[in-house]
Design a protein around this ligand. Structure first.
Ligand SMILES: *Cc1c(COP(=O)(O)O)cnc(C)c1O
Length: 388
């Protein structure tokens, strides 16, 4: 017998359908220069400091005395110490190195962490949402409640009317590109403490934050150490989508012994992130590395700024794009997400991502990403303008 919960998953329809439509259009119009503002992947190469670290680590692997086999289960000390120092202590947050679990990325950990909880837990996610949270909990057979994030509530989810046990929050948000300020995040921390609930905080886009009042970590809210697990990724921070490395903070101050249980789970089912990837991640925290990844993020955020300005000028209602590489754009003339997708593809030869693919509340929106080149982004914007 199979796990029947898998039959409840909705098909991975969104990106397959986009690819199908784009390929069909290209086949019919081989001369059309189609530009994608739909990509959810970074495009700029790795920082030179990272490349240097990768070469050095590779050379170490060639010599018996410096060769590394299986690494420590929570990750190498050199990386966990760099994380504690640079991502937390420098912001006045006290995390111990044994509360850091190095991983192969935030998708695995945001997907897997729910294994530590009872099947009876009620889970809340925002709508629209990064689909991993829903699918992982559906596979486990849990009940899921949706918290609408709309223009009306400023994309700030309202507290659930009934008790929930787990809340997934992702800020800066994928797909809306919006954020929560400290006060808005504190409302959720207070709720979690009051209700004995857990917050799973996905901080994958933390490095894109420009605004002063937007927290980089949920632990900037002091009580959060009792109720929040935080997921980080080097994918968007440093272009590690192909290298694979991230980390998760599981504090010992949590009400449940999750630090111990996660260690047990990881040492059973995960044999660690490669030594090369961990040395590459360490290099991000050197002075050169920091400066280089900052420059790449600034490059993407310049695209975001151009997109915001141009689209707003064309009369679009645009959200996000200030502290995140995503622009959540309302479709014109009450078009559906897919109708506007088709118009963009056929008229402007620009690919976007239909908002409805991220949840029912995404209907009437598309997600545009700032991960392209300046040239393509400018060209795409000019084309949209000329076809309106
Ligand atoms: C890209 C992304 C991640 C990171 O995934 P990795 O597995 O680290 O590449 C996590 N959460 C969200 C919301 C993302 O968009």
């Amino acid at each position: 017998m199979i796990n029947e919960n898998f039959l409840k998953l909705s098909g991975s329809y969104l990106f397959t359908e986009i690819a199908r439509k784009v390929n069909a259009y290209k086949e019919e119009h081989p001369k059309a220069d189609v530009i994608s503002l739909g990509i959810g992947d970074v495009t700029q190469p790795l920082a030179p400091a990272v490349i240097e670290a990768l070469h050095k680590a590779t050379d170490e692997m060639a010599i018996a005395t410096t060769f590394r086999g299986y690494g420590p289960e929570r990750g190498y000390d050199f990386l966990r110490e760099a994380i504690v120092e640079n991502d937390f202590r420098s912001r006045g947050i006290d995390i111990e190195a044994d509360e850091v679990f190095v991983s192969d990325g935030a998708k695995s950990d945001t997907g897997n962490f729910q294994e530590l909880l009872s099947r009876d837990c009620v889970v809340a996610v925002t709508d629209p949402v990064y689909p991993v949270y829903i699918d992982a909990n559906t596979m486990a057979g849990r009940k899921i409640i949706k918290l609408p994030c709309t223009a009306e509530n400023g994309f700030v989810p309202e507290l659930p009317s009934k008790h929930v046990d787990v809340i997934y929050l992702c800020y800066p948000n994928n797909p809306t590109g919006t954020t929560l300020n400290r006060e808005q995040l504190k409302v959720w921390v207070d709720y979690a403490i009051r209700e004995n609930a857990l917050i799973f905080y996905d901080a994958a886009y933390e490095a894109y934050i420009q605004s002063e009042d937007v927290p980089h970590s949920i632990y900037e809210i002091p009580d959060a150490k009792q109720c929040a697990v935080e997921f980080h990724s080097y994918s968007k921070t440093a272009g590690f989508t192909g290298i694979r490395c991230g980390y998760t903070i599981v504090q010992k101050a949590l009400r449940l012994p999750l630090n111990k249980l996660w260690n047990r789970r990881q040492s059973t089912k995960f044999n660690g992130t490669s030594y090369l990837a961990q040395r590459a991640a360490e290099a991000i925290y050197t002075p050169e590395g920091k400066q280089q990844i900052k420059a790449t993020i600034a490059y993407y955020m310049e695209n975001a700024r151009m997109m915001r300005e141009a689209l707003t000028g064309m009369g679009f209602k645009v959200y996000g794009g200030i502290d995140a590489p995503y622009l959540w754009t309302q479709t014109p003339d009450s078009m559906t997400s897919w109708e506007f997708f088709d118009w963009m593809l056929h008229s402007a030869h620009v690919v976007c991502t239909p908002g409805v693919g991220f949840g029912a509340q995404g209907e009437g929106y598309v997600r545009l990403t700032a991960f392209g080149t300046h040239e393509n982004t400018e060209k795409a914007l000019r084309r949209i303008d000329s076809k309106l």
